[in-house]
Structure formats: C-alpha cells, structure tokens
Design a protein around this ligand. Structure first.
Ligand SMILES: Cc1cc2nc3c(=O)[nH]c(=O)nc-3n(C[C@H](O)[C@H](O)[C@H](O)COP(=O)(O)OP(=O)(O)OC[C@H]3O[C@@H](n4cnc5c(N)ncnc54)[C@H](O)[C@@H]3O)c2cc1C
Length: 428
C-alpha cells in the first residue's frame, strides 16, 4: 500500500491521532535477520509505525486493517533474535505507549500492566513495592511483557519461577478483526480451551496483546554455589540430580570450557574445566539446606567447589543492552547467532559433544551452555561466532552450522526453539 495513503488513513482514525504515527526505516528495525535470510542488502524502504495509546486505538487500527486488507504486525521492543518483525508489512503496531502499571494486588500477588511496558521498568517498580518479577530474560531491559508472551519467553530463574506461561494469569488482546477479548485473572481454569496458553508463543498471529496480569513473588533469600566440573558430562549429571531431587533451585547454568573463560573469574578454573553455577531459594533455612544438598550433589559428581564470586563476570554482564545483536552483526563478514534447543536428559551430553565437534570448525570460539533445567531434560544454548572471507562465505558457513545443528539435535530427540520462538529465520 502507498505510504502517503496509509499515513492519511491512519491519522484520520479518531482513536489514533497524528502523534501516534511515525515512519521508521526498515534498517532500524531488523537489519541483521534480513541479512541472514540471504538478502544481500536490507530493504531501504520505510515502514509506518503506529503507537496507539489504549486498547480502543489498537482495536481501531486492526478493524481498519481488516477492512482494507492491510498487512500489520505487532512490535514490542524488537529484541527477538529470529527475524520476527517483518519491516515489509504495511503497518507496525507498536505497543510502546501501552506501558502503564494498572494495578499491583499485594494479596493475590499479581500485577496488571500494559503489554508494552519494558522489563527494566516493571522490575524496578515491583522491587520498590517489595515484590519481584521472577521473569529475568537476559533481554530484560530491551523487551516487553507483550513480547515475552508472544514468544513464550523464559528467564534465567526459570528453575524457580518457570517461563512466562507459568506467570501469566490474565490477559486482554485485540483479535485480528478488531474485537477486544478479555481473559480475567484466575489462579487456574478448566473452562474449555486455555486462551492464555494459546497466546503464549502466538507471535502476533492471534492478535495484539494489550494488557497482561502476571503473578509476582516475594523477595527471597538466595544462596549461590559455584563449582569447577571436569567436563560437561559430569556437570550435566550434577544438574540433573539437583533438579530431580526437588531442591528449590533458582538459577542453574553449566558452561563449556570456551564459554567458562568469559563467564568465570579469570584464573579460577583449571584448563578445560566447566563452570557450574546454581542458586537455591526460599526462606533462609530452606535456601541454606538446599545449598548444602546441591554442594553434596556437585561433589559426588566430581566437581570442586569455587568461591561464590567465581561467576561474578556472568552476573555483572547478564543483561543485554539495546542494539546488542545488530552491533554484533554489523560487519558483513561476521555472523553472531544463537541456537537454543530442549533435550531429554538421556541424550543431552552426547548432543552437546557432537555439536562441539561439528560446529567447532565453523565458530571461533564456540560457546555452549545448559541454562534451564527440568525434571525431564534441559535447554542447550549454543552461541555462534562465525566469520568468512566475505559476506557470502560467512553466510554459507552459518547455513552449514544450522543444518548440522538441526540434524544432530533431531537425532538426539531435541526440540528446536526452547525460548526464542520461530520468526522468519526458523520458519523456512
Ligand atoms: C541479547 C538478547 C538476550 C535475550 N535473552 C533472552 C532470554 O533470556 N530469554 C528469552 O526468552 N528471550 C531472550 N531474548 C529474545 C527476546 O528478547 C524475546 O523473544 C522477547 O520476548 C521479545 O520481546 P520484544 O518486546 O522485544 O518483542 P519483539 O521482538 O518486538 O516481537 C517479537 C514477536 O512478538 C510479537 N509481539 C510483540 N509484542 C506483541 C504484542 N503485544 N501482542 C502480540 N504480539 C506481539 C511480534 O509481532 C513478534 O512476532 C534475547 C534477545 C537478545 C537480543
């Protein structure tokens, strides 16, 4: 559709107004996933972005788009790493102005917010009020509540709080024809199909989420245990024993030797060893007992305890800054990408070992870590640093890395997309 017509049409909607409409160059939205999709030069066109102030505004724009056959897409903070924002649509509907904190209920321990609020603001507000968010993705500062729901995101403390699907207890969204749908907050429901569950991971296909009610927690004592593991296999064994024993874990992370070099304090690990860091949470006596229990588990698996500060480098750098992925992909000859998969415990170690062998020659360095654990399996996260002689060479190496990964993960009964979603990159 013609940009001038779009701008005139949308600005004329009574619920929208001029101030909510702006133009954005596509490069500002999604340059690096476009390059990874094989597009040599990203499109230089502009995209119309509308930022409605309330649910009525979202409804008006969706109704208009439905009637006109315009292609629209929701835009949170654009931090997805899978090319989920398509800058060639007619209109991007930004949730930036749906950023209010409507209600914090201290009895039910829930917070109701506009879907466009970012994680840093929400977390800061909750902390001031004596509560915690519990959802701490490494993109906390550059992503929105609506984006978390739409991508079924998860956070670093998933062992304690679960993913966003566990925290979401109510929602309001506007379906594609413009109708407003409310799912009232509830502790649980068996009243038919779970609409909240459907919204999680919907990536905008069911409509635009405008409001969400999330369960929040109380600030709890936490104990941290760090250890040096002789290899990934023994570290995985310790992780599995910890999560299956029922200890109240907060965060659990195991790094391959290459990534341990940046996650751990320098010099604390013997060469080729793996950093394992885990925390326990609960009332102080529970956290203490949990720490004692996981210490015994780690030692039984062959680990050697390190000071609690051993993982400080990771803790101090854990939250990404705006433009992180674009900056890391600014050079045409270099590709920085991540692949996160869910694996059953029985195949997890073998899968990581095969990936190490298959991807090692393509990625320098190759980082791998296991950062989310469940009684039935874990999330393996690979970080690729690929470089080539030129853009085409880098792209070919990246494509080879992906095809090798998919093959190996499938053979080990893994599931692609533990928490980053599908987007355009993975839909192919
Ligand atoms: C450095 C870095 C670290 C990351 N760490 C994590 C992590 O620890 N855990 C994790 O899960 N993810 C992580 N991510 C991925 C990303 O931050 C998440 O996918 C996040 O949930 C996206 O939120 P967003 O607001 O940026 O959404 P966007 O990128 O703007 O949108 C993502 C998708 O959701 C849709 N969408 C957005 N808002 C709405 C809405 N209100 N209604 C309907 N659809 C909507 C969009 O149309 C799009 O399909 C990381 C990303 C980066 C760059």
């Amino acid at each position: 559709m013609n940009t001038d017509t779009l701008l005139a049409d949308i600005s004329a909607l009574p619920q929208i107004g001029d101030d909510a409409v702006r133009l954005l160059g596509s490069q500002q939205i999604d340059e690096w996933p476009a390059r990874l999709q094989g597009i040599a030069e990203p499109s230089s066109g502009t995209t119309v972005v509308v930022a409605p102030q309330n649910v009525e505004g979202v409804s008006a724009i969706l109704r208009w788009a439905h009637e006109r056959g315009a292609r629209i897409q929701a835009l949170g903070m654009g931090s997805n790493v899978v090319g989920a924002i398509d800058s060639s649509v007619d209109v991007l509907v930004s949730t930036a102005r749906l950023d209010e904190i409507h209600d914090l209920d201290p009895i039910d321990q829930t917070v109701t917010v506009g879907a466009g609020i970012d994680g840093r603001t929400l977390d800061g507000h909750l902390c001031k009020e004596g509560f915690v968010l519990g959802h701490y993705p490494q993109s906390l500062h550059v992503s929105t509540v609506g984006g978390w729901i739409a991508t079924r995101a998860t956070g670093t403390y998933s062992a304690y709080y679960g993913g966003i699907e566990r925290l979401l207890v109510g929602a309001e969204y506007v379906e594609p024809a413009g109708n407003i749908v409310c799912v009232a907050p509830r502790p649980r429901s068996s009243g038919g199909i779970d609409l909240l569950g459907l919204l999680c991971g919907s990536e905008g296909s069911l409509g635009i989420i405008t409001q969400a009610t999330l369960a929040v927690g109380r600030a709890l004592p936490e104990r941290r245990v760090c250890a040096s593991m002789p290899d990934m296999r023994s570290g995985l064994d310790a992780q599995r024993q910890m999560v299956q024993s029922g200890v109240p874990l907060g965060l659990v992370r195991l790094y391959n030797p290459a990534e341990s070099l940046v996650a751990a304090e320098s010099g604390v690990l013997p060469e080729s060893h793996c950093l394992l860091v885990a925390t326990t949470m609960g009332p102080q006596a529970v956290a203490d007992a949990g720490a004692a229990a996981i210490t015994a588990t780690i030692e039984a698996a062959g680990g050697e305890l390190l000071a609690e500060t051993a993982a400080d480098p990771w803790f101090s750098r854990r939250y990404a800054t705006p433009g992180f992925m674009a900056d890391h992909n600014a050079d045409d000859r270099r590709i920085f990408d991540t692949i996160e998969v869910a694996l059953p415990w029985v195949t997890a170690a073998a899968c990581a070992e095969e990936l190490e062998t298959a991807l090692g020659p393509l990625s320098t360095p190759l980082h791998q870590h296991f950062s989310h654990v469940y009684p039935t399996g874990a999330c393996l996260y690979a970080v690729l640093f690929i470089s080539g002689d030129n853009q085409a060479d880098a792209h070919a190496r990246w494509a080879t890395a992906w095809s090798r990964t998919l093959d190996i993960v499938a053979r080990h009964r893994g599931t692609l997309a533990h928490h980053h979603g599908i987007g355009a990159l993975r839909a192919r």
